[in-house]
Structures are given as C-alpha cells and as structure tokens.
Design a protein around this ligand. Structure first.
Ligand code: GAL
Length: 385
C-alpha cells in the first residue's frame, strides 16, 4: 500500500513539476515564481488507486523572513507542494529575521497539532530549547536549507550543496582573473553572510579553499587585511550592511575607477552582492569597469544586474527542486519510512551527523540565464527585464 501511495505521490509531483516548468509563472508582487499546480486528473492515478496523493496531517513550515526574495519562494513552493500532496500546512514567516518570533511560532506549531516541522532557522543555534518540545511530542523536524545546530530533534536536513556553491564562486573569480596565468597581483575584497548561519562556513570555506592559495602566493591581495570569516560577515545577510562595509572599504583603501584598482569582490549571495554593487556604482563604477562580482540565489534585481553587466555570476538554486525533495522527506517521515538521502558525512550539527539530501546548484551568468530561469518557467522575461 505504501509503495502504491509513494508511486502516486511521485507521479503527482512529476505532474506538478511538469506543470511548473511548462507554463509561465504568474506575475506576482511577492516575487515568488509560479507555485506548482495541484496534481490534476484522477485519470493519472494507477488503475484501482485512489486519486488523492499520500499525505494527511498538519505540517508546520517555519521560514526566517519575507524580506529576502528566496524565502518567499521557498515558503510558497513548500505550501503548494505539501497541499498538493494532501497535507494541511501552517506556514509562518518570523517577521524580519526575528528569533523570538520564530521560537514562539514553533511553540505554537508544536502545541497546535503539527505532526512534522520544516524549519529554516534564522540563527541555527537558537532553537535547541523549543525543539526539545518537538522531540518530546514525537514530532519529526526537517532542517530546511540551513542546518539547525545543537539539537538532537533534527531527523533530516535538505539543502543545496553549499560547499559546491562556495567553490563555484571561488573558481569563477579564479577563471575570470586567469589567476594561473596572469601576472597580477590582483586586489580582492571578501564579503560573506550571517555569522549565525551554518551555511556561511561552507560558502566562505569553499570559496577560500580555492582562493587562499593565491592569497598566500601574493597573486591575490586583500588590501583591507580582512580575510577572516568574522571580519567578512554580514549580519542577517543584509544588503544595507554589506553596502556600508563596502563603502568603508572604498574609503579606507582608496578603491575607485580613478583610484586603487579593485579587481574582484567575493560575495556569498545576492543580497550582499547587491549592497556591494550599490556602493561601487555610487563610487563611480559602471558595467565597463566593475570588478568581478559573484552572488547566489538569482534574485530578480541581481539577474537584472547580471544582464546589465554589473554582476558577473549568481548561483541558481531552484527552490522548486528543494521544496519537492522536502515534501518527499515529509511524506516518508509521516509514513515511518526512510526518505531519500545522498549525504551522510558532511553535516554534523553538534549532536552527530544529520542525514542529508543535497540538491545541485548551477552557475548562472548572462550566457545561460535565459535557459535556466526563463525557459524553465522560474521567471518571466518581464521579471528580469
Ligand atoms: C542562506 C541561503 C542562501 C541565501 C542566504 C540569505 O542560508 O542558503 O541561499 O538566501 O541564506 O537568505
């Protein structure tokens, strides 16, 4: 019976993905791509089967903020896919990265009958206490995108391959500056994300694994001297904060189109990258002389800037793929079966390794953004025009 239900769910999800990929997303001010269509047609169900997909029960989905585009997409994709799979969904956003709000929303989910929780933490280390309540109540918790630390209540983790994201960014800079052949030296500054986000260790760590040898040999120079993760961090991944820091770096190191040459800025994601680009354009940089700048998430304003020549790359993490994977995980834990896992080594949250599923990130540039983002139905042309 479980196998039949699983196969119905799988075909329902394929249908919903196909529907998503095949049609243009609805225009929406929330900046979210089209939610997957509900699985249609009982005629698609195997003979003798029940048209309703597997599922049933309430699932709490806790997201960190609505202020960044990606979490809106994650939230709406998760809700649509879980509902399509037959679940009731309690979706909550924790204000603008407000930790006490996230804690109290989780408390409510636990006491209001949620049978599984999907949580993207604001601060990976601040949920230990509240999740004890989930464990005591026998509610499985899936850590979404960001690993929740120091909690033995976490059953599984689903994310993108975060280390790969970091190496993509580092290698992009390495190739763009042709570090193995060009004489240099080249000036670079480093900008990463929120210090309370475990992903930063992988984004920054992955990029530094590529770039550090060139810094050690003197081919890459960080004039500010700010090379430690803590020095390069951006609280809450805030574009305003990264802009302020870049403004300070410009002033204190004399960077500018007419001043000291700045060849590259490593930025761990699009919001921090956007702030950096604002500071640089305010200092007179244009598409013609912008340093090489990285990003991650393919947020709409950043894709526009990629097209405009102000940002060189982003990393596309298709939130539809992550949502589908997590819905499969939820379904497995709700039915007491083992979900699909492809990593049992990388993510130790302090209580042991959390079995994980890592989705594949893809580099996005001006050369492939149409294929990746528009042909796949993630955005419309107008979204990024
Ligand atoms: C990270 C996430 C990135 C980015 C960032 C800021 O945890 O993996 O995709 O969105 O948060 O929200």
């Amino acid at each position: 019976m479980k196998k039949i239900l699983a196969s119905i769910l799988a075909s329902a999800m394929m249908l919903s993905l196909a529907a998503c990929g095949g049609s243009a997303p609805a225009e929406s001010s929330s900046a979210a791509p089209a939610a997957p269509a509900a699985p249609a047609a009982s005629s698609e169900a195997p003979a003798g089967g029940d048209a309703a997909p597997a599922g049933g029960g309430k699932v709490g989905v806790s997201m960190p903020t609505q202020s960044l585009q990606r979490w809106n997409q994650d939230g709406s994709n998760m809700k649509a896919e879980l509902e399509a799979a037959g679940y009731e969904v309690d979706l909550q956003y924790a204000g603008d990265n407000d930790i006490p709000t996230q804690v109290s929303q989780l408390e409510n989910m636990i006491s209001n009958g949620c049978e599984a929780l999907v949580v993207a933490a604001i601060d990976g280390s601040s949920l230990t206490e509240v999740l004890k309540g989930a464990k005591d109540a026998g509610i499985p918790v899936i850590s979404y995108d960001r690993l929740i630390m120091n909690s033995d209540a976490i059953s599984y983790y689903a994310t993108f391959d975060n280390y790969k994201v970091g190496t993509f960014q580092g290698n992009f800079i390495k190739d763009a500056l042709d570090l193995d052949n060009a004489e240099g030296p080249f000036n670079i500054e480093l900008v990463t994300g929120s210090p309370d986000d475990n992903n930063v260790n992988f984004f920054f760590g992955g990029a530094m694994d590529v770039l550090k040898p060139y810094m050690d040999s003197g081919k890459l120079v960080v004039l500010s001297g700010q090379t430690e993760k803590a020095q390069c961090a951006t609280p809450n991944w805030s574009a305003e904060e990264s802009q302020k820091r870049m403004e300070n770096l410009i002033t204190s190191n004399g960077y500018g189109p007419e001043g000291t040459k700045l060849d590259a800025v490593l930025c761990s994601n699009d919001s921090t990258s956007y702030g950096v680009q604002n500071a640089l354009t305010a200092a007179g940089y244009t598409a013609e002389n912008m340093p090489v700048i990285t990003g991650q998430d393919c947020d709409k304003p950043n894709v526009k800037n990629i097209v405009a020549g102000l940002q060189d790359m982003s990393v596309f993490k298709d939130t539809r793929t992550l949502a589908s994977q997590v819905v499969k995980m939820v379904d497995a834990v709700m039915q007491g079966t083992e979900p699909e896992i492809n990593d049992t080594e990388t993510y130790d949250n302090g209580t042991g390794i959390i079995p994980s599923y890592l989705c594949d990130p893809v580099i996005c540039t001006v050369d492939n953004y149409k294929e990746l983002l528009i042909d796949s139905g993630y955005y419309t042309e107008a979204d990024v025009a």
